[in-house]
Write a new protein. Structure first.
Length: 208
């Protein structure tokens, strides 16, 4: 046999293996399978590797979800009176305009709107339309609507009209206005407000 062989004169030498202490030290240097803790900075890992390819590191201040799109259109004055079956725009409140983004939903709201009719029993409808003309046209699609029944005249009949709707208009300019029309009766309807006034505005509620 050649010198240095592990077999000499038919006998096998004892295997030269690392000691248990050396094995333990080597294993301690490795991260455990359960709850591993990394002491360095992992490199070469992208958000796509962990299924987060659509996630952006956007600060809270720059997140549009739940944010009002701009300054609300507001007034505390009585609105434009409606006494017929043709929708009339509330010119006193005015338009609320913003630029919509494709694939995003928005919620339009009007706060503080009160019913105010001159004849008990009349029924009116208030609509929010995308269009700023004095009367709606085919280019003024309906966005939200609510009905108002006149139970009493003067202050006794001034009930809050809840009006809100989520919609996805697509990309482009959106111009929202409040309209009113009489559905039944003979009286006049005038949009009015609580002491805080009424506001028309839009909130971004995220992807559609």
């Amino acid at each position: 046999m050649s010198s240095g062989s592990d077999i000499t004169e038919g006998k096998i030498k004892k295997a030269r293996l690392p000691s248990d202490t050396a094995y333990a030290a080597d294993l301690d240097a490795k991260a455990p399978l359960a709850s591993p803790a990394f002491t360095g900075t992992p490199t070469g890992i992208t958000k796509a590797h962990v299924g987060l390819s659509n996630v952006d590191n956007t600060s809270d201040a720059n997140k549009p979800v739940g944010a009002t799109m701009g300054t609300p259109t507001a007034t505390g004055s009585n609105g434009t009176a409606t006494s017929g079956t043709t929708e009339i725009r509330d010119a006193v409140l005015g338009n609320y305009a913003f630029t919509a983004v494709a694939g995003v939903r928005y919620r339009v709201l009007i706060d503080g709107l009160l019913s105010n009719g001159s004849v008990v029993g009349d029924t009116f409808q208030v609509n929010i339309r995308n269009g700023g003309t004095s009367t709606p046209t085919a280019a003024s699609p309906l966005v939200a609507s609510a009905r108002a029944f006149i139970p009493a005249v003067d202050g006794l009949g001034q009930a809050l009209i809840p009006l809100a709707k989520t919609f996805a208009p697509g990309a482009g300019l959106v111009t929202l206005s409040l309209f009113a029309v009489r559905l039944a009766g003979t009286g006049v309807f005038t949009p009015t407000s609580s002491a805080a006034g009424r506001e028309l505005y839009v909130v971004n509620v995220g992807p559609s």
